[in-house]
Design a protein around this ligand. Structure first.
Ligand code: IMP
Ligand code: MG
Length: 178
């Protein structure tokens, strides 16, 4: 599949993403106002652009940490088996934590990672996903905040890849095979 020619049709513009992040940050701010120090955890690699824009819009004391979970590999289907490839550097016990995910698709990744983080006893754990494909869900999971609900399309850009390509597009586009 990955060596078939494809084009990318813009689905969500860079401007719409920026506007949505502003609104999301107001809600996050209301939730975590008064926090001692919020640990913002980015799920690698797909969330790296989103987390960069998100934290610069957040007027709160924060730390940033990263976690890498196994994902699709080069396939377009979830493996459903989630493994931790790179763990957090810091402890989160007793801390306020915001987990940042690129897309909630089947829900397996969010389910696995939130269970893992919760087992470490954070004071508060909230989740945010830039994109949500509700029609693809296999596990009943939803992020506390979602940027955009999208239909069942394979998307790239703004950090999100297709077999490691197209992460550097400034917008979200859908893959169309030609
Ligand atoms: P889930 O475990 O099925 O919910 O999958 C979540 C992960 O699959 C996301 O973090 C993405 O890395 C990846 N994923 C899901 N949909 C897409 C897509 O349309 N394009 C690229 N990656 C995707
Ligand atoms: Mg991912």
């Amino acid at each position: 599949m990955t060596n078939h020619p494809y084009v990318i049709d813009e689905m969500i513009s860079a401007k719409s993403i920026a506007a949505r992040i502003e609104a999301l940050c107001r809600a996050i701010h209301d939730e975590f106002d008064g926090t001692d120090k919020l640990v913002v955890v980015g799920l690698l690699r797909g969330s790296f652009v989103f987390i960069a824009d998100l934290v610069r819009e957040l007027d709160l004391p924060i730390e940033v940490d990263f976690l890498e979970a196994s994902s699709y590999g080069d396939a377009m289907e979830s493996s459903r088996e989630v493994r931790i490839l790179k763990d957090l550097r810091g402890a989160i016990e007793g801390r306020d934590v915001l987990l940042v995910e690129d897309i909630v698709d089947t829900g397996h990744t969010l389910h696995h990672v939130t269970n893992l983080l919760r087992s470490r006893g954070p004071a508060r754990l909230k989740t945010i996903a830039l994109l949500d494909k509700p029609t693809r869900r296999e596990i009943d999971m939803k992020a506390d905040w979602t940027g955009f609900e999208i239909p069942d399309e394979f998307v790239v850009g703004y950090g999100i890849d297709f077999a490691q390509r197209n992460r550097n597009l400034p917008f979200i586009g859908k893959v169309r095979f030609t």
